[in-house]
Structures are given as C-alpha cells and as structure tokens.
Design a protein around this ligand. Structure first.
Ligand code: PBG
Length: 336
C-alpha cells in the first residue's frame, strides 16, 4: 500500500460500493468480457441409424448427420463463432481393438470436414486425435500386454493426424495424453508438408467424471479395471505441479495452443498456466459441466443464462483466452 492510502485510512473515505452503484459505472470497471470470438462449439457427427438422434444426458445436443453438421457450422459461423470441434459417433460394427477406422481416409470425420469446408470455408475446424471413438474397448490408445501402449499408440495417432489434416482440418487436438505425442505429430505433419496445421494440445487433461455424458454421446463407455483405467494416462485431479510439467513439455514439443480440461473445477490450473507460460490457453467446459447446468435449470433451481455467463466469465478471468463449450451457440446468440 502507498502512503496515500494510509492517510485516507480506509472507510469511510473509501467506499468500494461507489464504483458498483450504477450500471454505467459497473460497465466501466468490468475487467473481463465474453465475446463470440473466444467461443468454440463442439459438434457430434455420425452416419447411419444414429443420425440426428438426441443425447439423453445432454439435453438439446444431437449427433448430426453430415449434411446437418455442415448447416449447423454455417449458422454457428454467422453468429460470430470462429471455430468448431467435431467428434464422431462410430457404429459398433466399425470399431475394433486397434481403432482401425480412425485411419480410413473416408471415415465420418474426414467426410464431415470436407462437407463443412465446402459450405463454410472460413470456419476453423478442430479435430480430436485419440482412438476412443474407434476402439471397441473405448480407450484412447491400443492395448498390448494388458497396458495402453504409449509408443505404438503414437504411431497410429500420427497417421490419424495426417489423415485429418489432409482432409482439411485446421487444428489437430491430441486428447489422448500419451507421452511425446505432440513431438511425433508435429514431425509427421511437417514431413507431409502440413506445416500450417496447428496443434492444440490437451496438455492438462484430467481423469474426470465430468466426461460421462460425452461418453454417452459417442458410445465410448468403458469397463475400467486397475490397470486399464483412463487414470493410467489422464491426470489425477489432485495434482497441479504435474500439470505445469505436462504443459511445459507440450510447449517444447511444438504445441501452438494448450488446453486445460475440464474447466470449472480446474480454474487454479488455468491461472497457474497463465502465470507461467506465454502461449494461448484454451479451456474445455466439458459435457458434465453442461449437463449439470442444464439439469438444475430445467428444475428451475438456477437461472440458466446467468449461470452460463458466470461460469464462462470465471474461466476467462482465470486466464483462458478461448473456451470450448456446448453453450457456445446459445451464448453467441445472446451476445448479438
Ligand atoms: C476423448 C475425449 C473425451 C472428451 C474429449 N475428448 C473423453 C474422454 O477422454 O473419455 C470429453 C469431452 C466432454 O466431456 O465434453 N479423448
């Protein structure tokens, strides 16, 4: 504190409420703002009998057909949202132990990328790199000797990344949490001269129960056991120093943007990342965060719009520059 403040000696000369007293003044002193530019809409896409089916645990969210996802992307873009993140629902008969369908150049994700770029060339497309939508066991990697094998998984992820980038994906987002994948994916992309494809690394991805509804959406529920648990690759919610190490490694390996996920329970991690690194930080307000807000507001227990604004503002205040959120389209509409 400076001498000046000491002389004033606080209350009654200092009244914090003066700045909050009127609307105009509250507007002037506001430190954080929501803007459609900083929102990213996740979208689910599928083919066949699950086209345009709604996800029970995520009210209002559906698995789009390819046509419908392209139309939706256009609407989203017109609302001022710069990018979407797309996730596939793969029918069971296309899943296997090794997630082979992820390497099909004509799989649902590649088709969707092309259709979206056709109808809305300006929108940014972000694609997950991980095997869980494609494996019959629901893990993000392949199993060898009863373990999710790090290095063999990376080999497949590199091919998946190249295939998606070739199809027109702008940002490759590894969400698998294998060690060293950012480095390998960067060099695989560069070898194919895909030097302008960015990497958004899910650097601090926690083993979280907040992903439950997403696994309903994709049909990737798994029977975990001690060894074959997502906890053997995703982070322990107890840890923050480990998150800083993960982020530092990913930056060194060539990540362009890093992500913290989930968002609301991990605001401290977002804040630490912001203080420690000079790189854009994204946060993912995940499915469970969406569903909790939806469920409570459907009961009339909370005000949906207010809560959404409050959570998104908190995530930005903590230090996220952009937020992936299932509320993106709704919020962009109310920001208009
Ligand atoms: C898969 C992946 C998950 C999410 C995004 N990519 C789930 C998981 O790791 O099991 C979760 C997103 C959400 O819950 O909205 N690699």
């Amino acid at each position: 504190m400076t001498k000046f403040y000491k002389q004033i000696n606080g209350y009654p000369a200092i009244r914090m409420r003066r700045n909050r007293m009127k609307v105009f003044s509250r507007r002037m002193i506001s430190e954080t703002h929501l803007n459609a530019n900083n929102l990213i809409q996740p979208l689910f896409v599928t083919q066949g009998k699950y086209e345009n089916t709604y996800i029970e645990s995520m009210p209002g969210i559906k698995r789009h057909s390819i046509k419908s996802v392209a139309k939706e992307a256009m609407e989203i873009y017109k609302l001022g949202i710069p990018a979407i993140a797309i996730f596939p629902y793969i029918p069971n008969d296309l899943k296997d132990e090794n997630g082979t369908e992820s390497l099909n150049k004509n799989n649902i994700i590649c088709k969707a990328i092309k259709e979206i770029k056709n109808s809305c060339p300006e929108i940014g497309i972000i694609c997950d790199v991980a095997l869980d939508p494609y494996t019959n066991h629901g893990h993000d990697g392949i199993i060898i000797n009863s373990e999710i094998n790090n290095d063999k998984t990376i080999e497949i992820l590199c091919k998946q990344a190249v295939i998606q980038a070739d199809a027109g994906c702008d940002i490759i987002a590894p969400s698998d949490m294998m060690d060293g994948r950012v480095k390998s994916i960067r060099s695989a992309l560069d070898k194919k001269n895909l030097i302008n494809t960015s990497i958004l690394s899910y650097s601090a991805k926690y083993a979280s129960s907040f992903y439950g509804p997403f696994r309903d959406a994709l049909g990737t529920k798994i029977n975990s056991n001690q060894v074959l648990d997502k906890k053997s690759y995703q982070m322990d919610p107890a840890n923050s120093i480990e998150a800083l190490r993960e982020i530092e490694l990913d930056i060194n390996e060539g990540a362009d943007i890093i992500m913290i996920k989930p968002a609301l329970s991990y605001l401290d991690i977002i804040c630490l990342a912001k203080q420690n690194f000079k790189i854009p930080i994204f946060a993912y307000q995940v499915s469970g965060e969406y569903s909790m807000i939806k469920a409570a507001s459907e009961q009339g227990w909370i005000n949906e719009q207010d809560i959404i604004f409050e959570t998104l503002l908190s995530i930005k205040r903590a230090g996220a520059s952009s937020i992936i959120t299932y509320f993106a389209k709704d919020i962009a509409k109310s920001l208009k």
